[in-house]
Design a protein around this ligand. Structure first.
Ligand code: 13P
Ligand code: SF4
Length: 357
């Protein structure tokens, strides 16, 4: 039963003490989040992995790319554990290293590689945190950087200090929304089509590009629509509409604000009592905010419940299983990033951590 699982997790945690740290993303279900030592957005959790170098085991209640990041940033002796190995991210899977390398070769052919008189190179790769370690490694090896939804604009500014253009993957929406907020026109953000060779992509639009977008998207955030926002405004005059920047551009434009999961949490916490919020992000976070803030009215923009199905794969049963394994001296579901890939990926991640204002 749920109570039994809860008791088993508590008992194992107690036995492991400081040998263990549990990290939990905001989208995790409540039965998991309540056991986490740190709960945060993906940027905060990358930092949290660094704050407990003494812990032997980092149990990551989130998705695969987050656990990979924790492994890259943690000490080699620390074991990073993903309670269910099937907890991936469909967006991260939309950019694979072979296709990115093919794209890069074509861009190098088009733009060349030499810096101009100002020292800027033709193009720099920027990967969203929601990507495999191989792509972070690619960015590190090619002068590029990682971003999250909480620092995408800072990171793009960093990139434009060094390059004329950015190749941004995998999330087209975060790329487009961020570039637009920086004043870059839609005509300067073509989408690279990996199914076509360079000749099939319009070479002129690529030449004029400021940000080249990849075709990836989040299937959870893609569900939000402008019609839902219009309905919320009609039914709740004065409603504050806050969405995640993985939502499509028309949705971000129609909302009052867009920001990372931690931005959304802070917006709710800072609001005067009695505020009504319509939120466009994953349902576990929205429901938790609603439960924690009875002084506000908080609901999800999408009337049909929309959990992230892969985040949801971290069931408390798996958490109990990996913790009890640790108690018995077994390390289950360890995530280990290939050492060669990790070198470049760490470079790209450290550039991001340093770029934060
Ligand atoms: P945050 O960086 O805002 O936590 O987002 C991670 C994510 O996967 C959103 O879908
Ligand atoms: Fe990936 Fe979307 Fe789930 Fe975030 S909400 S982990 S981007 S599938």
């Amino acid at each position: 039963s749920a109570e039994e699982l809860d008791a088993r997790i508590r008992a194992a945690k107690e036995t492991l003490g400081d040998r263990l740290v549990i990290l939990g993303h905001f989208y995790q279900r409540d039965e998991v989040v309540r056991h986490a030592d740190f709960v945060g957005d993906s940027f905060q959790l990358a930092n949290a992995a660094l704050t407990r170098p003494d812990a032997e085991a980092v149990v990551f209640c989130g998705v695969h790319f987050m656990a990979e990041t924790a492994d890259i940033l943690s000490r080699p002796e620390q074991a990073v554990i993903l309670p269910n190995l099937a907890a991936g991210c469909s967006m991260a899977d939309m950019a694979d290293i072979d296709t990115v390398e093919q794209c890069w070769a074509e861009l190098e052919e088009l733009y060349g590689t030499a810096p101009d008189a100002s020292g800027k190179v033709p193009v720099i790769p920027v990967t969203y945190m929601n990507s495999s370690a191989a792509l972070k490694g690619f960015c590190g090896d090619h002068g590029g950087i990682v971003c999250t939804s909480s620092n995408a604009e800072t990171v793009l500014r960093w990139a434009f200090e060094r390059a004329h253009r950015v190749l941004f993957f995998p999330d087209q929406h975060l790329g487009r929304n961020t570039a637009k907020a920086m004043g870059i026109g839609l005509e300067s953000m073509p989408m690279w089509d990996p199914r076509k060779p360079l000749g099939g992509n319009d070479a002129q639009s690529l030449r004029d590009a400021k940000v080249l977008l990849w075709h990836g998207f989040c299937s959870v955030h893609k569900r939000f629509t402008v019609a839902q926002i219009e309905k919320a405004r009609a039914e709740h005059p004065g409603v504050r509409v806050v969405v995640h920047p993985e939502c499509p551009m028309p949705v971000v434009d129609a909302a009052d604000e867009a920001g990372s999961t931690d931005y959304i949490r802070k917006a709710v916490e800072a609001a005067p009592a009695g505020t009504t919020f319509a939120i466009g992000t994953e349902i576990n976070l929205v429901n938790r905010l609603a439960a924690e803030h009875p002084e506000h009215t908080i609901f999800c923009l999408d009337p049909v419940v929309c959990p992230c199905s892969t985040m949801y794969r971290i069931h408390p049963g798996y958490l109990a299983w990996v913790l009890e394994g640790l108690v018995e001296g077994r390390v289950e579901n360890r995530i280990t990033v290939d050492a060669e890939v990790a070198v470049g990926a760490r470079v790209a991640l450290e550039r991001m951590l340093a770029a934060r204002p």
